[in-house]
Every structure is written in C-alpha cells, then in structure tokens.
Design a protein around this ligand. Structure first.
Ligand SMILES: [Cu+2]
Length: 280
C-alpha cells in the first residue's frame, strides 16, 4: 500500500460509512457480565451454538448417571451394609452395555456434528469474493470484482472517536474495515504473507488459518447489519494481539456507496452500476 495520503482517503471513506450507518450495532466486543458466545449473526454460528447446548445436555446426562451410580455403590455396597462382598469378576451383560453405551453416544454426537462441519466447508455459490491476507501485524483485503484493496490497521486509543468507534473498541477497531452487504454469500480466501495468522469473526462462526503459500477459504452470510470484531487467532509474533479484524455488515446501498468511494479514493472510476446478486 502506498503513501499516507491514500490511507487517509480510504479512512475517510470508512468514516463516511460509519456516519451513514451510525445506528449500526457494535457486535462482538466484550460486554459487562458477558457470558457464553457472542451473538450469532449467521446460520453457521447458530448451528454451533445449538450444537454446543446439545453437547452440554449430553454431558449433563452422563454426569448425572455416573454420580447416581457412585452414590448407589457408596451406600448400598458399604462395608456396613454389605459385609461379605461378592467375588465374581465378569458380567457379560454389563460389559457389553458399558462398551456399547459410549459408542452409541459418540455415534449420535457424530451424526449431529458432521452435517454442521460439512456445511461450513461446503462453500455455496458466492455473491462476493474477498481475499484476506495476514501480515505482521495487520490484515489486508482485496476485492477482485470491485478492483479495490487496502490494509486495515488497528486504531490507536485517541483515534477511535475520529473513526466512529467507542473507547471500549480499542484493540478491536481498525482504520479501514472489511465491508460486506447483508444477506450475501461471502466467499473469503485467506492466506498469509509472512507467518501463520488466523482470521475469525466469532459472531459468524468462522475461523481459518492464514498460511503463507496456501489459500484457505471460508464462507459466511451475515443476516444482521452491524459492526463485528475478531482478532488474529494464531500466535504470529510480537504484535499478535494488535492486528484485530473489523467487519462492517451494511445494506446493499451502503455497500455500493462504499465501493464507489473506495474506488475513487484509489483513483478508479466509481462503479455505480455495481451488481449485487443479493439485491436481485
Ligand atoms: Cu497474526
């Protein structure tokens, strides 16, 4: 990326967007007394939250069963109640049960988790393709169809307000952001320029390693307008914790306007007739 002038103009486009969607909810930052997952904004994440709760219920059932068995053994077979213990060592029925039981449980868990995994890996027909590259220590984004590209650098504390972010979004907000239209199948290509990084937005339920020399991919379809945050999730060097990820999910109109502004900032003519598959 070239001079600071260009960066400033790109940032101006990002700030204009922030002003346009001033009411856009900020999602994926820590909240007081926050527990559990960040709010889900994609079907993928809703699947994960559902699967997580199912797993908890299965675990709870197992814990209750084992606890009940222990309590029974402690009281019913104590030395006082059962002074002469039985001496048998095998029980075919019991052995079959404690082998088959766990197998059935694992089979059930596999049967509900694999479809979720396959859904994440199966990239549907993409409406928009973006490439994210992890660098030491910032992310850069390219939109091949829009012919734009830019770096997203973490904002310093005193820059947050200027860019339309709250103070508690420090370490999460970047000067420019990945902008995507709401309700759109986004196909994200992820790679690394130097070392291994990892791109994630927890609210989207996606995370993938950014590996030099390899192109990984993921997809998401955000169904809620808002600003989402993530952080590099692979220990990548001294500034690993200072290369956050900001994604703005905006309306199709706001997206088209942002593309035009960004293209103009990069010396390209506006693409006012930008065709959005999601809008048709
Ligand atoms: Cu990193």
């Amino acid at each position: 990326m070239t001079g600071s002038k260009l960066a400033a103009r790109l940032a101006a486009a990002a700030t204009a967007l922030a002003a346009a969607g001033a009411a856009a909810e900020s999602i994926g930052k820590p909240v007081p007394d926050g527990m559990g997952f960040q709010p889900a904004a994609t079907e993928l994440m809703r699947d994960l939250v559902w699967f997580d709760s199912i797993l908890h219920w299965i675990s709870l059932a197992i814990v209750l069963l084992v606890t009940a068995l222990l309590v029974i053994v402690i009281f019913r077979f104590s030395e006082k109640k059962n002074p002469t213990p039985a001496r048998f060592t095998h029980n075919v029925g019991l052995e079959v049960a404690w082998t088959a039981g766990p197998i059935v449980i694992l089979f059930v868990i596999g049967a509900i988790s694999l479809p979720i995994l396959f859904k994440q890996l199966d990239v549907p027909e993409a409406d928009l393709t973006i490439k994210a590259t992890g660098n030491q220590w910032y992310w850069s984004y390219e939109y091949p169809d829009e012919e734009i590209g830019f770096d997203a650098i973490m904002l310093a504390k005193d820059e947050l307000g200027e860019y339309g972010y709250a103070d508690d979004e420090f370490l999460l907000a970047t000067d420019t952001a990945m902008v995507v239209p709401v309700g759109t199948n986004v196909h994200l290509l992820v790679t690394g320029a130097d070392v291994i990084h990892a791109w994630t937005i927890p609210s989207f339920g996606v995370k993938v390693d950014a590996i030099p020399g390899r192109m990984n991919e993921l997809w998401f379809n955000a169904d809620r307008v808002g600003t989402y945050f993530g952080q590099c999730s692979e220990l990548c060097g001294k500034d690993h914790s200072y290369m956050p990820i900001t994604v703005k999910v905006v309306s199709a109109e706001d997206y088209a306007a942002w593309v035009d502004e960004t293209r103009v900032a990069q010396g390209l003519p506006p693409k006012s007739d930008v065709k959005l598959a999601a809008a048709d």
